[in-house]
Design a protein around this ligand. Structure first.
Ligand code: WT7
Length: 658
């Protein structure tokens, strides 16, 4: 690079110019005039008669209903809504009440009536190099066929279908097929394993499970069907298991229960025409399980109407989607990031969404960069952990590829460290691409704190609340914190894509999110601070959720996996900082009588957690201990374990059992 560098910040002509921030520490990256001029958000701002983003934002939080209505009106409804927001049963909010639509109508049906029929909706590359593409026309046919197959099995409006697939096109296709006929999908991430899958099937009582023979990861098989067989054996509800052939690996097929998808698609019932089911705006679209503070994962419920409007609006304005874009959200469809920004919102905005099956560094560390060049990707959205992981291989790998099609970059999942931000900005974005650091959650459905391409950026901050979103950082009594004071992040007003409840547990919905801080506000579970410019800096989780490589895991699930091993009497899990993963899981185990700690047992316990929960939950360390710090009521004080492990002051331990 020819530019001169000072303090790691590049002084060079670029689309983002740099100036000192108010605190003078971090560089502030100013948006480029041309980007601002052409941004979707600028057009919207002008249409509302505003000349600055601040004015637009202030108006949007005073008139959120009008803001969301403007965007809901860009989508099609079978029947218009009577009321935008119904707060009469708060916190059970309703959006677009009385409206009838179906997210599939807007994601697929309306496009096939226009020239977009022949535009690519999905491009998929397998880890082995296989290429599959779907125009909107073909997507419509394939989704309709699967929808007809599901219908022929008696799946109907309101049923829950569990989907446990690798990152192959059938994953989005099956999700879309469920939504089309009004069934809810419950996708379980393909990296989860037996107990995690069984728990999720059990809670949703799914009758139908869709899985695959196996998947590919770094050239090896991930044996999904084998895991599914074990999970089905632990739960009574599954009667039918539809199996997608991906690898051709030899697997067990249980007669009367297991059916190949390709056999079903060859039957006359699998016609390529299927009517899209009209749904109430508030009808559930899907369940997605996420880890919470205690116990089993929570089935977060999202709807057809509000979720559709929220994901559509945020993708359109934050990543500034234009007709000619090629969008790559490099997450897995099995997590909310994938649901919202691989599957639904790219289709709602009529863009082309790219999906890659495998590992970023397989077979070489330039796999991602070669695909950006090959497919002409214009927007890349990924997680800090992936950036850090690829960064360690050095600049030579990206620099041998033409990345000039990129115009915007994105980050999600955990705070991005400034080194990774700068590498992403300089080496991948060639200083031409603003970085959209988006903060949100499974529960929020869509971006909540995020820049748009017109905002100045501060590396490491997700910047400011999105339009229509009212956010604050407060003390436990609900009073606002001072600038730069740490506090609890809260969301003050409802938003369209918010979760509506927790499946089978509405009380837990209320107590988890709406009773932690007075005033009926939504408590996020993160600590944060707001600086003097109103920029929000996320610090981390306040509860027993651990973010490992951006994945959200509950200590409770890891602990219960450990305790299910015959050698373990009690277990505690904590997250400790890790250079690549952000956090890594460390566990403390009390053994049963007759067992003794050894390296062999440590390895066995790690493998056991991997088998029960999945490789992402595999602990970094298992430490054998004879006691665990507990409160008098018997709750493990993970905070104390963490402070001890980090060599910090353990703080107030007055409630510690003596
Ligand atoms: C938690 C939610 C929804 C996307 C993927 C994660 C953390 C998420 C950021 C960000 C700092 C972030 C928070 C949040 N988080 N995005 N840009 N900066 N922290 O969804 O698995 O439900 O996890 O991820 O702690 O509460 P999730």
């Amino acid at each position: 690079m020819s530019e001169t560098q000072t303090d790691g910040v590049v002084e060079a002509p670029s689309t983002i110019s740099k100036s000192k921030s108010s605190n003078g520490v971090e560089g502030v990256y100013m948006p480029n005039d041309a980007v601002v001029e052409n941004a979707n958000i600028t057009a919207y701002m002008r249409s509302k008669g505003f000349s600055t983003y601040d004015e637009l934002y202030q108006w949007s939080i005073k008139n959120p209903e009008e803001f969301w209505t403007d965007h809901a009106s860009e989508l099609e409804w079978f029947q218009p809504w009577e009321k935008v927001l119904d707060e009469s049963k708060a916190p059970f909010y309703k959006w677009f009440v009385g409206g009838k639509t179906n997210i599939i109508y807007n994601a697929i049906d309306r496009h096939v009536k226009t020239w977009r029929r022949n535009k690519l909706a999905l491009i998929w590359e397998g880890e082995d190099g296989t290429l599959r593409t779907y125009s909107y026309h073909l997507l419509n046919r394939e989704v309709s066929k699967i929808a007809n197959v599901l219908k022929s099995m008696g799946v109907k409006k309101g049923d829950i279908v569990t989907i446990y697939l690798p990152r192959i096109p059938e994953l989005p296709l099956c999700m879309l097929a469920c939504a089309k006929i009004g069934a809810m999908h419950s996708v379980v991430y393909g990296g989860f394993s037996v107990e995690a899958l069984a728990d999720r099937i059990d809670d949703s009582k799914s009758r139908v499970l869709i899985t695959a023979d196996s998947g590919f990861m770094r050239g090896k098989f991930v044996e999904l069907k084998k895991i599914a067989d074990e999970a089905i054996a632990r739960t009574p509800s599954v009667q039918t298991c539809i199996v997608v052939r991906r690898t051709g690996q030899d697997i067990n097929m249980e007669s009367g229960r297991d059916l190949w998808l390709h056999d079903l698609l060859a039957l006359p019932i699998a016609s390529a025409h299927c009517e899209t089911e009209p749904m109430d705006a508030e009808d559930p679209l899907f369940i997605l399980y996420t880890s919470g503070t205690t116990g089993r994962p929570k089935g977060v419920v999202h709807t057809h109407g509000g979720y559709m409007v929220g994901t559509y609006t945020t993708l359109k304005h934050v990543f500034d989607i234009k007709e000619e874009d090629r969008w790559w959200c490099a997450a897995d469809p099995g997590w909310i990031t994938g649901h919202s920004y691989i599957v639904y919102s790219p289709l709602l905005t009529g863009t082309t969404s790219f999906i890659y099956e495998g590992a970023p560094n397989y077979p070489y560390p330039d796999r991602w960069w070669s695909m950006i060049a090959k497919y002409g990707i214009s927007i890349l959205y990924t997680a800090p952990t992936a950036i850090r992981g690829l960064m360690r291989f050095g600049e030579a790998w990206p620099s041998r590829h033409d990345l000039s099609t990129l115009r915007l970059l994105g980050s999600v999942g955990e705070p991005i460290n400034p080194e990774a931000w700068r590498w992403y900005h300089q080496v991948i974005g060639h200083e031409q691409c603003p970085i959209m650091d988006t903060w949100w959650q499974t529960e929020t459905g869509h971006f909540m704190i995020t820049p748009t391409p017109v905002l100045p950026l501060k590396p490491g901050s997700a910047t400011r609340p999105f339009l229509g979103i009212d956010i604050d950082v407060v003390h436990e009594d609900g009073s606002s914190c001072e600038a730069n004071e740490d506090g609890l992040l809260i969301i003050k007003r409802p938003w369209p894509g918010m979760l509506r409840t927790i499946l089978n547990d509405p009380d837990r919905y209320v107590t988890t999110y709406f009773e932690k801080v007075p005033g009926g506000v939504y408590t996020v579970g993160d600590s944060a601070r707001k600086d003097e410019d109103g920029y929000i800096w996320i610090i981390g989780r306040l509860d027993d959720v651990i973010k490992v490589s951006g994945y959200r895991l509950g200590t409770a699930e890891v602990e219960s996996a450990l305790v299910s091993h015959s050698a373990v009497a009690e277990a505690a899990a904590i997250g400790l900082p890790h250079e690549l993963k952000g956090n890594a899981i460390h566990t403390f185990v009390i053994l049963r009588e007759g067992y003794e700690g050894s390296q062999q047992l440590e390895d066995e316990l790690k493998a056991h957690v991997g088998h029960e929960m999945g490789p992402i939950a595999r602990p970094e360390r298992v430490e054998f201990v004879t006691s665990l710090p507990k409160t008098r009521s018997g709750k493990i004080m993970r905070r104390v374990l963490k402070a001890q492990a980090l060599g910090q002051d353990v703080g107030d331990i007055s409630t510690l059992e003596s």
